[in-house]
Design a protein around this ligand. Sequence first.
Ligand code: GDP
Ligand code: MG
Length: 167
Amino acid sequence: YAGLIAIVGRPNVGKSTLLNALLGQKISITSKKPQTTRHRILGILTEENRQAVLVDTPGLHTEEKRAINRLMNRAASSSIAEVELIVFLVEGTLWTKDDELVLSKVKQSGAPCILVVNKTDNISDKDELLPHLQKLGAMHEFREIVPISASKGHGVDTISQLCLNSL
Ligand code: GDP
Ligand code: MG
């Protein structure tokens, strides 16, 4: 059985880095035409008889200047609902308007979501992390909130297990 798992987040939060770490290889993008299909397949996590197909949901752009982007965003909002799990990536203790927009799409979709707080290695004041996680936890009923460092490989196994266990 293969289930779809969407990795979402504003640009630069570390989606590609996490994906590469999850797949254990540097080549992650299998299709370069995100706007021609409802999902762009990024890679497949396999373990025994479970498979998670990691997808990028096309059109989750944060700029809505052009009408075409608005249309793509609407398409993305409907296709995001088909996924088993959303992995919503944010960056350290930063929370921006763009994260807000992604969160609104997550809420719209109604799909279960784990919030992954990446780049924790960059947080200089570690005392800031816990209150920040609590603040994020109050925003939505996330299934889990997991602090990680994708580039250092911290917490990547946890994400991998949560993905496979969601199927
Ligand atoms: P994407 O746009 O969401 O796909 O983000 P990328 O995976 O391309 O990462 C954006 C930048 O953040 C790159 O320079 C990465 O090296 C960096 N980055 C990703 N994960 C981490 C992390 O855990 N810690 C730190 N310090 N940098 C990271
Ligand atoms: Mg990327």
